[in-house]
Design a protein around this ligand. Structure first.
Ligand SMILES: Cc1cc2nc3c(=O)[nH]c(=O)nc-3n(C[C@H](O)[C@H](O)[C@H](O)COP(=O)(O)OP(=O)(O)OC[C@H]3O[C@@H](n4cnc5c(N)ncnc54)[C@H](O)[C@@H]3O)c2cc1C
Length: 341
């Protein structure tokens, strides 16, 4: 197993931030993972497992070991007339897993097409898009405890998946390496096209959904038109989470916001209302703004970008300015979705 020193991580994070890792290695099998657990460079240092690097911001060089996850393999482990259980290793590219399932005519993750990154990071923040979340199909997560190397299987409930959140980002942060996940998908049509933007796209382009691949292709086409491509301009997708206010607990705050900002954008989400963070950021005048080489994207205010050569510190400083100005104007606290390292 090759251990590299002072490894350049610029190409391993979609922000394109220049940072180095004191030690670096790559795992291609669970045997190699077990070897890593016994390395002195692993035992005696901070550790960071990395997939596609599409949800991290390196704010400085990483003073520890970065382990790049390349565990591959997708298998159908059980099926009946209606359902299929699929197990995917965590180093598989998420979109490759989506393609595998839609090619087989399965329903369940087509709305999550084209989300960058690896399968193993998907439970970390319960990836979601276009009216679907990993939570809807996740059965279990296979993992290794980083401290002991012991294997543990979490059932879906134990993962405590919430809006861009899970136990792996909270109570068990940094404690487990996710090695594989199991999903329950459907052979029977389970069309999920309620999400407004998706519905509008299908109508406008006169697309009649006959299979999950039709949805996957529609989602890909919307995403390509709306989101900046990290290969062209460094970014990690949505930098902030949307704001959820409880209709019960935050009744007064909601009233105040609607009174002061009658044009406020919000969505009814059952017991909550969702206020798009992009709207709040735009209202504070940040859309398209540039501070040094860091910026707020000119078409999607939720996305912070690296205009070329920005440091992680610069992006972080910009994110803090955005958080402060949204708080001062609306009294609402934005939280980052991206993992600051
Ligand atoms: C253009 C763009 C669009 C995006 N759109 C969406 C979207 O629509 N919805 C959405 O939810 N997200 C979106 N994202 C964010 C990102 O793609 C997802 O969060 C994705 O799951 C990250 O995967 P990754 O492998 O790149 O994770 P990384 O960035 O490599 O890692 C993220 C975090 O997870 C940890 N981690 C990674 N793999 C493992 C593992 N196997 N075990 C334990 N910990 C691990 C890392 O240590 C790190 O803390 C977008 C990003 C970009 C750049």
């Amino acid at each position: 197993m090759k251990i590299e020193k002072n490894y350049n991580l610029t190409k391993l994070n979609t922000f394109g931030i220049k940072a180095t890792a004191k030690f670096f290695t790559e795992i291609n099998s669970e045997e190699e993972l077990r070897e890593v657990f016994n390395l002195p460079e692993f035992k005696n240092n901070q550790k960071l497992f990395l997939g596609g690097g599409s949800n991290v911001l390196f704010t400085k060089d990483f003073d520890g070991i970065v382990v790049l996850n390349k565990l591959k393999g997708i298998e159908i482990i059980e099926e009946n007339e209606k359902n299929v259980l699929i197990r995917s290793m965590s180093g598989v590219v998420w979109h490759d897993l989506v393609l595998f399932t839609v090619e087989k005519g399965l329903w369940g993750i087509e709305n999550l097409s084209f989300i960058p990154g690896s399968v193993g990071a998907a439970p970390m923040q319960n990836i979601g898009a276009y009216g679907a979340e990993l939570k809807d199909v996740l059965v279990s997560v296979e993992s290794y405890e980083i401290k002991t190397g012991n294997k543990r299987i979490f059932n879906a409930e134990e993962c405590e998946l919430g809006y861009r959140d899970s136990i792996f980002k909270n109570g068990l942060k940094g404690e487990y390496f996710i090695s594989a996940i199991v999903l329950a998908l459907s052979k029977v049509e389970k069309k999920n096209i309620e999400y407004r933007v998706l519905q509008e796209h299908l109508e406008k382009n006169k697309i009649e959904v006959k299979n999950s691949k039709d949805i996957s292709e529609a989602v890909m086409s919307i995403r390509k038109s709306k989101l900046p491509d990290p290969n062209v301009i460094g970014n990690a997708g949505s930098f902030f989470k949307n704001v959820f206010l409880s209709k019960e607990k935050d009744k007064e705050k909601i009233k105040e916001l609607v009174f002061n900002y009658p044009h406020i954008s919000y969505f009814d989400e059952g017991d909550f209302i969702k206020i798009p963070a992009a709207w709040l950021i735009e209202e504070c005048g940040w859309k398209g703004k540039k501070v040094n080489q860091a910026g707020v994207h000119d078409k999607q205010a939720l996305v912070l970008v690296n205009h070329g050569g920005a440091t992680g510190e610069e992006i972080k400083a910009l994110s803090e300015e955005v958080i402060t100005s949204v708080f001062e104007k609306f009294g609402l606290k934005l939280t980052p979705e991206v993992n600051l390292i």
